[in-house]
Design a protein around this ligand. Sequence first.
Ligand SMILES: [Ca+2]
Ligand SMILES: [Ca+2]
Ligand SMILES: [Ca+2]
Ligand SMILES: [Ca+2]
Length: 511
Amino acid sequence: MRSLVAPLLAWLCVPACGSRSPLDPGTEQPPPIECELDTECGGDACSKGRCQDGFCEFTPVACDDRDSCTEDACNPSSGCVHRPLTVDNDGDGHAAPLPGYAPGEPGACGDDCDDTAAAARPGGTELCDGRDNDCNGVVDDGAVYRSSKTAPVRVSSANAERAGHGGLIGLESGFALTLRERNPNVATEWETFLKGIDEDGALRFDSRVSMPNVPIDFGPLAWSGRELVTVWEDDRTSGGYEIWFARFTPDGAKLGPDVRVTDSAHFSLNPSLLYNRNEFVMVWDDRRDELRGMEGSRLYGQRISPEGDAIGGNVLLTPDEQGVEYPSLAIGAHRIGAVYTQFVAPAGSTLRFRSYDAELRPIAASESFGSDVVDPSVDALETGFAVLWENYTDGPGNVLWGAVFDEQANTVVAPVALASGASRLGSHSAISLGDRLLVVWSDDSSGNYDLYWQTFDSRLEPIGERAAITANPSETIRPSLAVSASGSVGVSYEDFADGSKQVYFTRLLCE
Ligand SMILES: [Ca+2]
Ligand SMILES: [Ca+2]
Ligand SMILES: [Ca+2]
Ligand SMILES: [Ca+2]
């Protein structure tokens, strides 16, 4: 009986085991091994041999550990290997959840709500440190903030003719931000820097983002717990702007060369960046499809591993829409939320919210809403994704709007004015604390643009009164917010107080 098995298997394999022809020696099974004793059959740690009816029979070792959070495999020399599907990057004893799972929910294989910080883990004690230390979904539970009484610090270089800033992010020690500066002694119009500052704004490091004489734009920042990433657009290649990124240590040392994300026949612009608990996600607007008759830009995305390697290729995120720009991203409990502008005739620039899974597959989309929309942002709250935006018609509007959508893109809070009353309101930034949203914006209610801040609950109801961050005679615009490990909220912004546009830093203190 046994002698029939091997030839029978070989015959069964002809149609079933690949595309090679039956004559291809690659499809032949090894000839049966004749034996009298089990010891003649050998085998290894993954396949036990025994002698049965005069021929060796091999039985694969079952490596199923019945744990859905491990990948079962067999090593011929050492035997079964059960590799955990999730890892504990910050070493606090709790792994990050699998992509698409909320921390600690069934199937998540991890319950660390923030695997970039050992100070945040289930069972931790809440501190005023910008982290959700006890993983209850709320950052710095119950903390209140007050404006710092110390004078703002200029962050842009003393010799910069003018400067602007991109991203701001909190680190274990202080903050990092991206700036571009115009220096009269340098050939390129702009140079872009990654600067590290301490809690008081004093310079810790000053690194160039890209090589000299590559005219690049500043971009957003993300932090994996080990490395900083910034992504930007530049036109060093012919044929239009492309998306690039670079990685840095928390001390500002650049890790490897610039990495090109797009190879698009047309402009790729306005990248947004997110650390999606396990990997980086970049989304930008791209005009590559105009050459195929599509009008206007569409959104594309790219996943990047923590080590800086591409995961798959560029992904088209808005297949049914054209004329979309200015994406902003946030990570919710299960989904990535994205908001972007969409040009719709005759309404003009409207907004759309979409959710995606961890592989950037679209889950749900809102209807278009708003009119004359500019400067959209999104942050994840316990109630859903808070979308904020402004208006621009013939000039800046005078309202900062907000709305909340759930992960299925249903409206949780309909559009509501978060700030109004000035004649012009020009820019904003927000950070989520889980159950509340800290918002800073620039308006001219003092007679010129100054910065104001206010906290809103997760239904966008105001908590307390608005308060001024700046009160000076110069125009103060474009705030960015980030929270540091000391719990203070860093505010970087642009101001003309020195006679040209420069970048400054101040902070709100956590109590
Ligand atoms: Ca962890
Ligand atoms: Ca953690
Ligand atoms: Ca908490
Ligand atoms: Ca905390």
